[in-house]
Ligand binder design. Structure first.
Ligand code: UD1
Ligand code: CA
Length: 484
């Protein structure tokens, strides 16, 4: 189909009163991404971004800012007077901007986020094949309560007589099983011709887009229903509980996509994996792992339980032991992290490097094969290859006002419990004696000791004990009744 023939409207102006949340409904997240972004991503597979019209109203600026980068167009609906009113605003927008009317208009709901591109395409195809004025995407979920119901002319027939909202169902319609998904394909001219006739004579005193179905039927136009392949993809998110149901469904789908690509995920229902995450084959994800944002993991890696990895890139054959936290960092192949390592943003862990127990890094580059295995803080530092950072050694990167850089050359050895006071440079192959405070640069190959000399007093303990025994305590000189 010529792309000018089809446009997509996404209704996203509603407040989401049933969520009881300050955040606009379409910006609530499932699978780590805003509802509206899921819907836009699906719409983008059918039409170019400038053929997508997001109808926004409640917290419009916030919604616009959150999705502006997708390149969609925005249609304001300053007052939210119902789904029919939302489409009235679209019609006004088309008229005002002189937009050529697309022959067909797909309408999506910003709060029905699991809709798949394949389903949008098949809705469009059915609509064209059926020569319909309106094609309604439907489903038969286990519990249809709360949804509008699609009433067919006869069972098994595609033709529909009406969509009836939950609150308007007659007693014999209450058990009608087929729900309206809130997703439609219209003949644009037929739809727009009916909008002015919508009324608010209903339980919510709103303009219902759903009323257009019966109006078109009354005109002798063809209105048909098509069932979605899966029920989950047309479920709406009107409450936090419904949203979390969709979140679980989406994350499980993500886990299954990854498993189909050769990733082993033990107990996938315990893992939180965002939609964008990609993982190479033969990588193992243990229970209770969170992989968030645009995280990528290579092949043959293992992520042990209770690790949380966000917006980070891990190479092949990486071992992340239990309880690590990684944020916006990169880890090269064969590296080993944890248990309980904390990689804060801009940590770059080199090939085969080790970052061990209770080590925190931030803006830190650790070169190939370097090791920081126990209790370190490494911030604002560039560490070369083959460096050994002893237990408890830290960079002192902050003087209370500014952050300073520590540079450590290849093959250097930083003794345990050293403090490297930045800015400071340790040359390649240099040794820092354990317990040193290093405030001056150390040249290549040098040994630096920066600690007070030890004083040892032989026999001091015994001497002190006998001195204290000979001196009477205050209790013995002035005994009191209480002390006995
Ligand atoms: C709607 C349908 C219902 C269907 C259900 C599927 C109507 C009257 N009812 O009910 O038949 O079963 O979706 O999920 O359409 N919106 C606007 N402007 C408004 C009002 C709503 O843009 O003035 C947007 C909302 O942000 C939301 C979508 O339209 O994304 C649907 O609105 P909502 O109030 O959630 O409709 P439902 O009661 O779920
Ligand atoms: Ca809804």
């Amino acid at each position: 189909m010529d792309s000018n023939q089809l446009a997509i409207a996404i209704m996203a102006a509603g407040k989401g009163t049933r969520l009881k949340s300050k955040r606009p409904k379409v910006l609530h997240e499932i699978g780590g991404r805003a509802l509206l972004l899921h819907v836009i991503a699906a719409a983008r597979t059918a039409v170019p971004a400038d053929h997508i019209f997001c109808i926004i109203g409640h917290e419009a600026d916030r919604v616009r800012a959150a999705v502006a980068s997708t390149g969609v167009q925005f249609v304001p609906q300053p007052e939210q007077r119902g789904t029919g009113h939302a489409i009235q605003m679209l019609k006004a927008f088309f008229e005002l901007s002189g937009t050529t009317l697309p022959a067909h208009l797909i309408v999506l709901s910003g709060d029905v986020p699991l809709i798949r591109p394949e389903t949008i395409a098949s809705l469009r195809d059915t609509h064209l094949r059926e020569h319909a004025a309106m094609t309604i995407l439907t489903a038969v979920p286990p519990n249809p309560t709360g949804y509008g119901r699609v009433i067919r002319k006869a069972e098994g027939q595609p033709e529909v007589t009406a969509i009836v909202e939950q609150k308007s169902l007659s007693p014999d319609q209450l058990s009608a099983p087929e729900i309206n998904s809130g997703i439609y394909c219209f003949d644009t001219a037929a739809l727009f011709a009916k909008l002015d006739a919508l009324t608010t004579n209903n339980a919510h005193c709103e303009f219902y887009l759903t009323d257009v179905a019966a109006m078109l039927v009354a005109d002798g136009r063809r209105v048909v229903a098509v069932k979605a392949d899966s029920v989950d993809e047309v479920l709406g998110a009107n409450t936090i509980a419904e949203m979390m149901h969709l979140d679980a469904a989406m994350r499980l789908a993500t886990a299954h996509r990854l498993m189909a690509q050769g990733v082993t995920i033990f107990r996938p229902e315990t893992c939180v994996i965002d939609a964008e995450v990609s993982i190479g084959p033969d990588t193992v994800i243990e229970p209770y792992v969170q992989l968030l944002g645009a995280t990528t993991i290579g092949s043959d890696s293992r992520i042990r339980s209770y690790s949380v990895i966000q917006n980070s890139h891990l190479g092949d054959n990486v071992l992340v032991r239990n309880g690590c936290i990684l944020d916006s960092s990169t880890v090269a192949g064969n590296a080993i992290l944890g248990p309980y390592a904390h990689l804060r943003p801009e940590s770059n862990i080199g090939e085969g490097a080790h970052v061990g127990n209770f080590v925190e890094t931030k803006k830190a580059t650790l070169g190939k094969g370097s090791k920081a295995n126990h209790l370190n803080y490494l911030g604002d530092t560039i560490i070369g290859a083959g460096v050994n950072i002893g237990a408890g050694a830290i960079t002192c990167n902050y003087d209370g006002v500014h952050k300073h850089l520590t540079t450590i050359g290849d093959g250097a050895f930083i003794g345990s419990d050293s403090t490297l006071v930045a800015p400071v440079t340790i040359g390649a192959g240099a040794y820092i004696a354990a317990g040193s405070s290093i405030t001056e640069d150390v040249p290549e190959g040098a040994l630096a000791l920066g600690r007070a000399r030890q004083t040892t007093k032989p026999g001091w303990v015994a001497a002190r004990k006998s001195a204290t025994q000979n001196k009477p305590t205050s209790n013995e000189t002035e005994p009191t009744n209480q002390s006995r």
